[in-house]
Design a protein. Structure first.
Length: 218
């Protein structure tokens, strides 16, 4: 059986998580204390229920323990976010993902047992800046401090050359993991003799400073 998700707090972030999971075909239990929010999601997810997540009995009655992943997306009321996380932990939920407002909130969440803390506003700000300063970079995933995977669009310099000719590994210390061509085909095991065309997207892993250099030359 596929994974079952519960989302607590149907604001912009929680709502988007619930919506996306549901679109991907997953069963989602959506919980909010605001009846209007619950109503709004009743057609979107498998079950939408009105409950206060700081009420342990209410969460128990919903069988929250049986869900594989519970996402807590309460931002404004930090106390409610912390109490909810604590209750989920005590009830034995396997994986708890919580949205935090700031570093301190995040630290507390980890201390009480959250498995993953996300900072959507902060992370999106960073992403937007990356796009602004590096127009060739289409998307990026930060792996660890100083290392990322990025999508780089091939410009004039890359066009018509093979990976061997570009010698990206030796020259820039980066590794090309995949090449997406403009017609949507993806090559997940690029070979040295594969030719790059203008507009192809290279998925590259490397150190941020090396990736930046590569992007500037793409
Ligand atoms: P956004 O994701 O829109 O930025 P936010 O961080 O501002 O949201 P809030 O507005 O605080 O988050 O809360 C998001 C949702 O969580 C709201 O719909 C609110 O009704 C719900 N919520 C807040 N506290 C509780 C609670 N104790 N139990 C259930 N739902 C709650």
């Amino acid at each position: 059986m596929s994974k079952q998700f519960a989302v607590i707090g149907l604001g912009r972030f929680g709502g988007s998580v619930a919506h996306t999971l549901s679109e991907m075909g997953y069963e989602v239990l959506a919980i909010d204390q605001d009846p209007q929010r619950v109503q709004d999601f009743s057609q979107v997810v498998t079950h939408a229920v009105e409950a206060d997540s700081t009420d342990e009995n209410a969460l128990k009655a919903l069988g929250i323990r049986n869900f594989d992943v519970v996402v807590v997306s309460i931002g404004e009321d930090i106390q409610a976010s912390i109490m909810t996380t604590l209750i989920l932990k005590e009830l034995g939920v396997k994986k708890i993902v919580v949205k935090a407002r700031n570093d301190l909130h995040g630290k507390v969440l980890y201390k009480i047992g959250a498995d993953k803390v996300v900072y959507p506003e902060r992370d999106m700000g960073v992403r937007v800046v990356h796009h602004l300063i590096s127009p060739n970079i289409l998307d990026y995933i930060q792996l660890a401090d100083g290392y990322s995977i990025v999508e780089i669009s091939a410009g004039d310099f890359f066009a018509g050359k093979t990976l061997q000719e570009l010698d990206i590994r030796a020259r820039y210390g980066c590794n090309v993991m995949a090449i997406k061509s403009r017609d949507g085909k993806i090559n997940i095991a690029p070979a040295a003799e594969d030719v790059i065309h203008k507009g192809d997207v290279l998925v590259v892993i490397g150190r941020n400073d090396n990736l930046k250099q590569l992007e500037e030359n793409a």
